[in-house]
Design a protein around this ligand. Structure first.
Ligand SMILES: [Zn+2]
Length: 210
């Protein structure tokens, strides 16, 4: 129950004291959605309920929660008197509706008792978790191995990794020209030797590839 809820409850008490029970009941109902099992709040619900049936249902709930609650006797008395349309005792009831301040206290205490058991186990759990994490080896993704999809070059004869060298040789056409000129006009036969063609060879073993 926070400051807003306390303000809501005080508002409900104000409404109830001034006879605006419907408005008071709306406030109590809103608070009950947060703490539906608070007996004092339920009794305030009985007190401000818009009809007898609603009041009776809330009384039943209060009984189921704590049959021995001292305010229940007076709440029953109040409800019966109200239903029969009889006058209430001149001095009112000591315990019904529950004292507003005590109701606020009970709401606050209820919240503390709800918080307290949840806080206690979380600490050891937290400790054991951190302890567990320390002993557990930290998983690290293995460094990604980049596989070169381009196959490394190797000479088919000597497996040399060095790329082939490019050289030039006299082309087949050049030799043919050389032969023809040698026969028919030998002073110009050297022209055939100028017809060059490139070829690749292994720098390691000298094997020719083209
Ligand atoms: Zn080679």
């Amino acid at each position: 129950m926070d400051a807003n809820d306390i303000a809501t409850f005080n508002q409900a008490v104000q409404y109830a004291e001034h006879g605006y029970k419907e408005k008071a009941f709306e406030c109590i109902k809103a608070l009950a959605q947060k703490d539906g099992n608070n007996l004092d709040l339920i009794l305030w619900g009985v007190y401000t309920a818009p009809n007898f049936e609603r009041a009776q249902a809330l009384l039943e709930k209060a009984r189921s929660l704590n049959l021995g609650h001292p305010a229940l006797v007076e709440a029953d008395q109040w409800w019966t008197t109200e239903m029969l349309g009889l006058p209430h005792p001149v001095g009112g009831y000591a315990l019904f509706p529950p004292n507003p301040q005590l109701t606020i206290n009970s709401l606050t205490i209820n919240q503390q008792t709800i918080i307290a058991p949840t806080l206690a186990p979380t600490q050891p759990v937290y400790y054991s978790q951190s302890f567990y994490q320390q002993t557990q080896p930290v998983y690290m993704a293995p460094p990604q191995v980049v596989i070169n999809t381009v196959p490394a070059y190797a000479c088919p004869y000597c497996r040399s990794p060095y790329p082939p060298l490019t050289g030039t040789r006299i082309s087949t056409g050049g030799w043919v020209t050389f032969g023809i000129l040698l026969v028919f006009f030998f002073p110009m036969c050297w022209l055939g030797l100028l017809f060059k063609t490139p070829y690749q060879y292994c720098g390691q073993c000298g094997a020719r590839f083209s």
